[in-house]
Design a protein around this ligand. Structure first.
Ligand code: ADP
Ligand code: MG
Length: 697
């Protein structure tokens, strides 16, 4: 090769043994450059480290053998199939080797050669002999050469580019590649016992042993996750650097009064979280905090205190809820609790914004600081809403709002307001680190005292009669029930399926077993006004049985509802079922959640049984994540996980946590700024799109 300089960005075409034609084929695998090939990691490995004596081979063994070739011949079968056969002997015995339609091998092979062969031992139907006819790969040994044994890589390959192409190309690439400069600081390397980048890069393709391979994988997984974590930290830092936030004062009289006016004592977790939030708000950096807490753990109470704090400092606060019902529920609670303290609470909902006069009036009150705390839905995001002095924005139930909507809110005032995100969808730690790495996280794990656990049971449709009898008894005691269904109505594609949609269940119940009770049907296709009316009636106790879709999932508070039946429960994620279940158990009576499912899939039963045995939302989320994968868990579109080439956020949890901790220390140190330009470069190479906001800085 005349080229002496090696660049990762060089076209792969220039690698020895590739050329334009194969480069074209490589393009299909998204391999365009040397770097792309280098990071085309093996999808598996074959263990060539142990040679099996031929005499010990048994049928169906996958084995490595070494021996001398004899009786090489090729014949053409009646069907035109070209069959090469030969025998390999090693002193303990011999075995037949068979290749189909690879006549070019006749030029390569000759009797007396020594070969290393890896393949599967099969039974030859013609002769009854043992034969290897699924030969994964083999290599020819030179005179006196000791076979190169070890762990062999298996690459994602194509029809035209086979394993030996990749192995050779990779060997060429590695032999030309100069020793890679270490990019991680020595203290991280030694602290976490990581091997060097150069060694890991070579070893991931051709490891010396299993241990060597796992050390290599660990190092490269660390790099990948560390890079992402640093990226997220940079985003966070950049947001904080560029834009000075609001420095709140220490908690004073108003906050104290608000605390005293709460009808309960805060739990330990609530206190801790509020303290953390207070400290965040007192810094001049904008707060970016995620509060995770199970349904009913009392997040709203904490948010209310934070909002009071911003009001105490002469600012306005905003609370954004995902639905109209929730917004008005919050509005009522806040008004009741805070108006005695002289805090002016306002509501901005679709009902108000649909009348121009009312809307303009609320907009004016916001702009002229006649409202201290504004509660609303998406309506808060509308153009006309401009705050006089916005100090804190709380968004409830994060999973319904996108990151861009959060950003929109920030622009509603001159200074950067503090931001608090609350979510009741328990997100496992691994996911938090990768998806919300730009937010600080607080957990509220403990539930307020006196809650009775919800009794959950998993039943088949055969038990329906009994279930409904039970619901009747509850209603006769004066309680109310939810019946939740996955679909509104049967679509054409579902005509034959096993799903019972809400409309049909409603017809069946309201004309049948619950004929003498007030039943109602609520779903997302109803107009907001109609939905609100039904919810209002249910809340007032005028409706006993509410058949619904998941519209009741979020936040609605009806303490008198003690039973929830979930139809076709297998159709829901565990996190969602847990969220639904949180609608009952809000009062002092015993409550019940009955999951009805005939789902046959083994993992659907396993998932529903997990609902029976645990009430810990985080545990359930973990189980769900394991059984259904992150795509299902978050919904494909919104999970926002960067594509990982080697790390696996489930298998490599230990590495992920280490990477996150290392990144946190690393990116916050001023003196390491020089490293950032490299970091940005690496981020751009690996994840151009995902990290555009910082790689383009
Ligand atoms: P979340 O927003 O986390 O779902 P909420 O703040 O709505 O939870 O609280 C759920 C219910 O528990 C509300 O009725 C609230 O008044 C009550 N609550 C909150 N904190 C406490 C507490 N520390 N002790 C007793 N009840 C509480
Ligand atoms: Mg809530």
């Amino acid at each position: 090769m005349s080229r002496t300089k090696f660049e990762f960005t060089d076209n792969i075409m220039y690698l020895k043994g590739v050329g334009p034609k194969r480069a074209k084929a490589l393009e299909k695998l998204n391999i365009l450059t040397m770097y792309d090939l280098l990071t085309h990691y093996p999808r598996a490995y074959e263990d060539w480290s142990r040679i099996t004596p031929i005499i010990k081979l048994a049928f169906d063994d996958q084995a490595v053998i070494v021996g001398t070739l004899s009786r090489l011949e090729m014949r053409v079968a009646g069907t035109g199939l070209k069959i090469i056969t030969a025998y390999l002997r090693d002193g303990t015995g011999q075995i037949k080797l068979t290749w189909f339609n690879q006549e070019y091998l006749m030029d390569k092979l000759s009797e007396g050669m020594r070969l290393v062969v890896i393949g599967k031992v099969k039974y030859d139907g013609w002769t009854g002999e043992r034969t290897m006819n699924q030969i994964n790969s083999f290599s020819i040994l030179d005179d006196g050469e000791v076979p190169q044994l070890g762990i062999m890589p298996i690459y994602p390959a194509t029809a035209t580019l086979n394993q030996s192409f990749f192995r050779n190309a990779m060997r060429n690439l590695l032999s030309k590649m100069p020793t890679l400069e270490e990019i991680l600081p020595q203290n991280i390397l030694s602290g976490l016992n990581l091997i060097s980048l150069d060694e890991a890069t070579r070893a991931v393709h051709f490891p010396k042993s299993r241990e060597h391979l796992s050390a290599a994988r660990r190092r490269l997984a660390f790099d990948e996750l560390f890079l992402i974590q640093c990226g997220l930290m940079l985003i966070k830092r950049q947001a904080q650097d560029e834009r000075l936030g609001i420095t709140h004062k220490k908690n004073g009289e108003l906050v104290k009064k608000a605390l005293e006016s709460l009808p309960f004592e805060l739990t330990k977790d609530q206190k801790k979280t509020f303290n953390t939030i207070s400290k965040d708000m007192e810094k001049n950096l904008p707060m970016r905090r995620l509060i995770q807490g199970d349904v009913g753990s009392g997040k709203t109470a904490v948010a209310m205190l934070a909002l009071v704090k911003t009001v105490e400092n002469g600012y306005q606060g905003a609370l954004m809820a995902p639905t109209e019902i929730l917004a008005s529920q919050h509005y009522e609670k806040f008004t009741k609790q805070l108006s005695d303290l002289g805090i002016r609470v306002g509501l901005l909902s679709a009902k108000i914004t649909s009348s121009k006069k009312k809307r303009e009036e609320v907009y004016r009150q916001i702009a002229e600081h006649e409202i201290d705390i504004l509660i609303g839905t998406h309506a808060i995001l509308q153009e006309g809403v401009q705050f006089a002095k916005l100090g804190l924005v709380v968004t409830d139930e994060q999973h319904r709002f996108g990151v861009s909507q959060r950003a929109k809110l920030e622009k509603k005032s001159e200074k950067i307001p503090d931001m608090l995100v609350m979510t009741a969808t328990p997100i496992p730690r691994t996911m938090v680190l990768t998806v919300y790495g730009d937010l600080d996280v607080s957990l509220i794990k403990e539930l307020p005292p006196g809650r009775k656990p919800i009794k959950t049971s998993f039943k088949s449709t055969r038990s329906r009669k009994k279930i409904y009898e039970f619901v009747r008894e509850e209603i006769l005691k004066g309680r109310q029930a939810y019946v939740v269904c996955p679909l509104i109505e049967r679509s054409e594609s579902e005509v034959m399926s096993q799903v019972d949609p809400a409309t049909e269940i409603y017809e069946m119940l309201s004309n049948g077993i619950f004929k003498d009770f007030n039943c109602a049907l609520i779903h997302g296709k109803l107009r907001p006004k109609a939905k609100d009316e039904i919810m209002e009636k249910f809340r007032a106790g005028e409706i006993s049985v509410l058949v619904s879709t998941t519209v009741v999932e979020v936040g609605v508070d009806v303490p008198n509802a003690t039973v929830m039946i979930v139809e076709n429960a297998e159709r829901f994620g565990l996190a969602q079922l847990h969220q639904l279940r949180g609608r009952v158990g809000r009062g002092s009576e015993n409550s019940y959640c009955i999951l009805v499912s005939d789902g046959k899939a083994e993992n659907s039963k396993e998932r529903l049984r997990a609902m029976e045995t645990t009430t810990d939302g985080f545990k359930l989320a973990d189980i769900d994540l394991k059984l259904r994968g992150p795509g299902q868990f978050f919904g494909e579109a919104q999970h926002g996980l960067p594509d990982l080439k080697i790390a696996d956020v489930f298998r490599d949890v230990e590495v992920l946590v280490a990477a996150s901790e290392a990144a946190e220390k690393y990116v916050t140190k001023e003196e390491d700024l020089a490293y950032y330009s490299d970091l940005r470069k690496n981020l751009a190479i690996a994840y151009g799109e995902k990290f555009r906001q910082i790689t383009e800085a």
